[in-house]
Write a protein of this length. Structure first.
Lengths: 65, 134
C-alpha cells in the first residue's frame, strides 16, 4: 500500500528503529511498511495516524478510492 | 506519544533459547538411545512412553515456532505464518508422493518422523523467497 511513512519519519529525524519503538513494532516492520511489503492492520494504521497526528488517509493511500 | 510494545528481537531471543533447550533434549534422548539406555524396554506402555519422550522436544520446537509468531509484531507474524504454511504444504506434498511411492512403486520405506526434518528443509528452501506479508 502506497504511503508517506518514510517522508513523515525523515521529517522528524527518526530512524526506523526509533519509529518502530514508538509504534511497538520491529524495525523490520517499519521497513516493510515503507517499502510496501506489508499492509498495516487497522490497529497499526490508527497508531501511526495518532503518532503523526494526521488522518490515516493522509498517510496511506486508499486503494479503493 | 511513545509507546513501547513487544520487541521482535526479544521474541527471537526467546525462540533461540527455546530451540536450543528443546534440541538439546532431543539430542540427549537420542544419544542415550544410541548407547542402549532404553534397550531393556519390553512392555508396550514403556515403549510408547519412550516414543512420547523422544517426540516431546519436537512438539516443544513446534510450540516455540508458534510462540514466536504469537510474540512477534504483525509483520513478522504474517511472514513466519506464510513461510510455515507453505513449508507445511510442501512437506505434506512430498510425504504424500513418497508414501504412495511406497504403496505402488516399491519405494524404500522412510519413517514417519522424517516429516519433521523434511518440514524444516522445506522451510529453509521457502523462507528466502517469502519476505512480504502481502
Amino acid at each position: 500500500m502506497k504511503n508517506r511513512l518514510k517522508l513523515l519519519r525523515v521529517e522528524r529525524g527518526w530512524t526506523q528503529e526509533q519509529l518502530g519503538q514508538a509504534l511497538g513494532v520491529s524495525r523490520q516492520a517499519v521497513n516493510a511498511l515503507e517499502t510496501e511489503k506489508h499492509d498495516p492492520s487497522l490497529d497499526l494504521a490508527y497508531r501511526i495516524a495518532v503518532l503523526f497526528a494526521r488522518p490515516v488517509e493522509e498517510i496511506f493511500d486508499n486503494p479503493h478510492a | 506519544m511513545l509507546a513501547f510494545g513487544k520487541s521482535t528481537s526479544s521474541a527471537h531471543k526467546r525462540y533461540a533459547i527455546r530451540t536450543i533447550a528443546f534440541m538439546s533434549g532431543y539430542v540427549a534422548v537420542n544419544v542415550a538411545a544410541i548407547f542402549g539406555a532404553f534397550d531393556d524396554i519390553t512392555s508396550p506402555v514403556a515403549a510408547w512412553g519412550l516414543a512420547l519422550t523422544v517426540s516431546a522436544p519436537v512438539i516443544g520446537q513446534i510450540w516455540a515456532t508458534l510462540s514466536l509468531m504469537r510474540e512477534s509484531d504483525e509483520f513478522v507474524r504474517a511472514v513466519v505464518a506464510k513461510q510455515f504454511i507453505l513449508a507445511s504444504g510442501l512437506a505434506m506434498a512430498v510425504a504424500s508422493v513418497w508414501g504412495f511411492g511406497e504403496s505402488y512403486a516399491a519405494a524404500p520405506h522412510i519413517p514417519a518422523w522424517m516429516i519433521y526434518p523434511l518440514f524444516w528443509g522445506c522451510f529453509g528452501l521457502i523462507a528466502p523467497f517469502v519476505k512480504s506479508s502481502n
